[in-house]
Design a protein around this ligand. Structure first.
Ligand code: NAP
Length: 283
């Protein structure tokens, strides 16, 4: 059986642990939860300026006592800061909030159609070349946006962080990312809880003696170059979401879960900033 170590995804020099701890909306004890996640074994933390959690994430990292280079920290710049000067200010604010000299991965959180991609992607590359981040990527980019971003960014993009779970197919994006040697980082990996009541997931979980969340997450990370950043508030849930490496789903189980795509549910779709999403064929 593969060890957690085997579940480190490599892309353009980045080494991203396949499971990260999501930190959007940590209403209670945020710093303690981050420290607990690190103590449990998480080595990948996902935050963003927009979440308002960077200070608490930084506190949690310091409280954990972890050696900095053992941790993979991602943060993101919002679409309001797509102009170069704003972008650079945002990254510096993030680093101050986190109490870090650099992040491992910096993402453009949402595309900003009012600013040329050359400017925002140029600023992203500049942040890397100035040592503020080790690696760069995008989030919530459509297929056409991804192609443009790859072609104009002076530095290689490591990931597109997008919504992906068994109820939302992403075949074409997976194929495009594969062509570019990039990782798909799946947010809302348990469909914000909606998948946890699914009868097919329930049957597989029962047969395997695993929880529903573990089956959903295992289905994601068992696919090539897919990482996931679940968020949980209970320590038991945080623990089980990383405890995915002592079993594997069979090809038939993978197919059964993939067939749930018929539900075609998208959760994160804020009208003020979401692009016109690509539509997948639902077989
Ligand atoms: N790039 C973007 O635009 C973007 C957008 C959305 C999210 N994200 C990132 O993705 C992360 C995760 O997304 P998300 O929070 O929206 O969705 P999610 O991880 O799919 O769902 C979180 C919900 O699932 C529950 N849950 C998680 N693990 C569980 C378990 N083992 N057992 C039972 N319930 C479990 C949590 O319950 P409890 O709260 O009770 O623990 C919470 O209600 C965010 O924190 C953020 O870092 C990025």
């Amino acid at each position: 059986m593969q060890s957690p170590k085997a579940f480190v995804l490599a892309a353009h020099g980045a080494k991203m642990p396949a499971i990260g701890f999501g930190t959007m909306e940590l209403p209670h004890r945020p710093a303690e939860l981050v420290a607990a996640a690190i103590a449990i074994g998480y080595r990948h933390i996902d935050t963003a300026r927009k979440y308002g959690t960077e200070e608490r994430v930084g506190e949690g990292i310091r409280a954990s006592g972890i050696v900095r280079n053992e941790l993979f920290v991602t943060t993101k710049v919002t679409e309001e800061n797509a102009r170069e000067a704003d972008f650079m200010r945002s990254v510096e604010t993030s680093l101050r909030a986190l109490g870090l000299d650099y992040v491992d991965l910096l993402l453009i959180h949402w595309p900003q159609p009012k600013v040329p991609f050359t400017e925002t992607l140029g600023a992203l590359a500049k942040a890397k070349r100035s040592g503020l981040t080790r690696h760069v990527g995008v989030s919530n980019f459509t297929l056409a946006m991804l192609e443009e971003a790859v072609s104009v960014c002076p530095e290689p993009l490591v990931t597109n962080q997008i919504e992906y779970h068994a109820y939302l197919p992403q075949d074409r994006m997976l194929a495009a990312l594969k062509r570019h040697g990039m990782i798909l980082t799946a947010y809302c990996p348990v469909a914000r809880g909606k998948l946890l009541d699914d009868p097919t997931i329930g049957e597989i979980a029962k047969a395997r003696g695993k929880t529903h969340a573990q089956i959903c997450l295992r289905w994601l990370i068992q696919q090539p170059m897919v990482a996931a950043v679940p968020r949980a508030l209970e320590e038991a849930h945080i623990r089980e979401n990383l405890d995915l490496f002592d079993f594997a789903l069979s090809d038939e189980e993978m197919r059964q879960i993939s067939a749930l795509r018929r539900r075609n549910i998208r959760i994160a779709d804020p009208p003020e900033r979401a692009p016109k999403w690509d539509v997948e064929t639902i077989a």
